[in-house]
Design a protein around this ligand. Structure first.
Ligand SMILES: Nc1ncnc2c1ncn2[C@@H]1O[C@H](COP(=O)(O)OP(=O)(O)O)[C@@H](O)[C@H]1O
Ligand SMILES: [Mg+2]
Length: 205
């Protein structure tokens, strides 16, 4: 079996984690070996970096520091988990990946997009998802869904999150073959059915 890499992207509260978990469950039921991980995190070192990144006390973090910490966490995850799993022929489901850094630190915070893509190629060792789901939700609606205990990124302004959303949609326009946009105006189950259809097609089912 050939390894398959699928990522779940979108702004806050768009349903990434919900849909990644549902597909993981589906693959398990079909006995297809799969790995379900999240970014930033997924391995010990990257989870430690995650705590620094999301800690509301780190309000003085510069956008450059933030960008490179996301990349550092990604480098470790790719080397420790993503590449070995793909080599073993697993389906790797990743809740956020490089597109998140382009959207949040690039389009959201004004860090140079080409710089992010260059460093991104280095830390991912050129690993590009076979398929990326972009869950597109109205910004305010998504933020409402994240609830009360917001992390350092979720706490940013509505304008910031709108730039992130627009950035994601721009990425999808640039790479329509890889990035599949799903409008989040349906139930979890209805969205799962759409996601499943594309996963089935990718796996040749
Ligand atoms: N299609 C949907 N309709 C209504 N609520 C949803 C839907 N998808 C997810 N949710 C709920 O919205 C919240 C955020 O979903 P989550 O998957 O955690 O989003 P994300 O990981 O993108 O931030 C959760 O409480 C989840 O149960
Ligand atoms: Mg989530």
């Amino acid at each position: 079996m050939k390894g398959v890499f699928i990522t779940f992207e979108g702004s806050e509260g768009s349903g990434k984690s919900t849909q990644a978990a549902l597909i993981y469950k589906y693959l398990k039921e079909k006995s297809r070996p799969a790995l379900h991980i999240r970014e930033p995190g997924g391995v010990k070192i990257s989870e430690a970096v995650r705590r620094i990144l999301l800690d509301v006390r780190n309000s003085q973090m510069t956008k450059e520091c933030e960008t490179l910490l996301y990349m550092a966490a990604r480098a470790q995850l790719v080397e420790e988990k993503v590449l070995p799993a793909l080599k073993q022929g697993m389906v790797v489901l990743c809740d956020r990946f490089l597109d998140s850094t382009v959207a949040y630190q690039g389009y959201g915070n004004g860090v140079d997009i080409n710089f992010i893509k260059d460093i991104g190629r280095m830390v991912t060792q050129g690993t590009v998802p076979d398929l990326t789901f972009l869950f597109d939700i109205e910004t305010e609606k998504g933020l409402e869904r994240t609830g009360q205990n917001k992390d350092r990124i979720e706490l940013r302004s509505l304008n910031y999150h709108n730039r992130v959303r627009k950035g994601y949609l721009k990425l999808a326009q640039e790479e329509p073959g890889r990035i599949k946009v799903i409008k989040v105006n349906k139930s979890k189950e209805e969205i799962h059915a759409l996601v499943k259809k594309d996963v089935d097609a990718l796996l040749g089912w």
